[in-house]
Write a protein that binds this ligand. Structure first.
Ligand code: PMP
Length: 385
């Protein structure tokens, strides 16, 4: 028999299934709100002019194609650290930050997961918000960590369950690993306020918890990269030695180029050196070294278009006379809106109106354009009554 004759068929990826249904639909005004990739107002992929110009420079430089170091190109990782932590960060100034280039955000999470599995002195269990980006569960399980949930989203208010979150973080055993979305929580678009972040930081400090930040949308949420980095910067200022995963897929529009970084704030330079040596030992057998790449920024235009589409969708729904409260569409942040629509309503959107998105009611605001927002609002109005 073949070596693989007993390999079971796995389930298809939830998001890819939507893309297939969308492709199969022949209606010419169909709308795809499933994908997590930015689109311009014509619904087309968008390459940032700054990225195009960086690309031209890279090609013109006739680079030698030599290997990068195990932790990547220092010019890149230094810039990534400064973008995330801020130029005045004590962790950078005091030379106690370990940072490595990674295969985008997913690779950062996977390296972080592997490091915690190998060296975290407490329970090898990570607490994820409920809900969270679907891949978090798989990444941490494959890293050999247990996965647990803490309360995050309140479906009655379509907002944050702050009391539940605090209760669950207090109830977790001392020294637990807590995963936090730094900004633009995926899939809900619901973020804690700055005051709430301060409280989360205080509670986590009391409990000696470890903060593991996933920052996949810095700058993309508000249009301001410093504002979006408030939470991890505040934690560091409060003395938390955090872990941080950065993705440049969305904010730089570099999806397929797989550009990211993973960093750990250490107690001092001596500890940093030991941790860095182990990060290198971990990465070497994974993929030896990351691709050589270059980074440049320009993100506000994308964030502004997303914010404008949120507001257009809301006003269109209100103009149609919808009796529902749609304020969450504009109060949520980032690429996704968690509409509060039920699975049956999402089904009706696809079947009766050719509007495709995930069953949990999450829509990618990037798929909305001035050209399709009215039809979208009408469709949502019809299925929500
Ligand atoms: N974390 C979150 C919360 C995300 O939404 C994403 C992208 N969808 C990622 C990490 C990682 O994406 P990538 O590997 O493409 O950087």
């Amino acid at each position: 028999a073949s070596a693989w004759s007993k390999v079971p068929q796995g389930p298809p990826d939830a998001i890819l299934g939507i893309t297939e249904a969308f492709k199969a639909d022949s209606f010419k005004e169909k709308i795809n709100l499933g994908v997590g990739a930015y689109r311009d107002d014509k619904g087309k992929p968008y390459v940032l002019p700054s990225v195009r110009s960086a690309e031209d420079k890279v090609v013109a430089s006739r680079s030698d194609k030599e290997y990068a170091g195990i932790t990547g190109i220092p010019a890149f990782t230094n810039a990534a650290a400064e973008l995330a932590y801020g130029p005045d960060s004590s962790a950078i100034k005091e030379d106690r930050l370990v940072i490595t280039q990674t295969i985008s955000g997913t690779g950062a999470l996977r390296i972080g997961g592997a490091f915690l599995q190998r060296f975290y002195p407490g329970a090898k269990k990570v607490y994820l918000p409920n809900p969270s980006w679907a891949n978090h569960n798989a990444v941490f399980k494959d890293s050999g960590l247990e996965v647990e949930k803490y309360r995050y989203y309140n479906k009655d208010t379509i907002g944050l369950d702050f009391e539940g979150l605090i209760e669950d973080i207090k109830a977790a055993p001392e020294g637990s690993i807590i995963l936090l979305h730094a900004c633009a929580h995926n899939p809900t678009g619901v973020d804690p306020t700055e005051a709430q972040w301060r409280q989360i930081s205080d509670v986590m400090k009391q409990k000696g918890h470890f903060a593991f930040f996933d920052m996949a949308y810095q700058g993309f949420a508000s249009g301001n990269a410093d504002k979006d980095a408030f939470a991890p910067r505040h934690f560091v200022a409060e003395g938390h030695n955090i872990a941080l995963c950065q993705s440049f897929a969305k904010n730089m529009g570099l999806y397929g180029e797989r550009v990211g970084a993973f960093s750990l704030v250490c107690e001092n330079t001596e500890e940093k050196k030991r941790v860095e040596s182990q990060i290198k030992i971990l990465i070497r057998p994974f993929y030896s070294n990351p691709p050589s790449t270059q980074w440049l920024g320009e993100v506000k235009g994308m964030a502004d278009r997303i914010i404008e589409m949120r507001s257009l969708l809301r006003t269109n729904l209100e103009k149609l006379g919808s009796k529902h409260d749609w304020s969450h569409i504009t109060s949520q942040i980032g690429m996704f809106a968690y509409t509060g629509l039920k699975p049956e309503q999402m089904d009706a959107l696809a079947k009766e109106h050719s509007v495709y998105a995930t069953k949990d009611g999450r829509i990618s605001v990037a798929g909305i354009t001035t050209g399709n927002v009215q039809r979208l609002a009408e469709s949502i109005f019809k299925v929500t009554g």
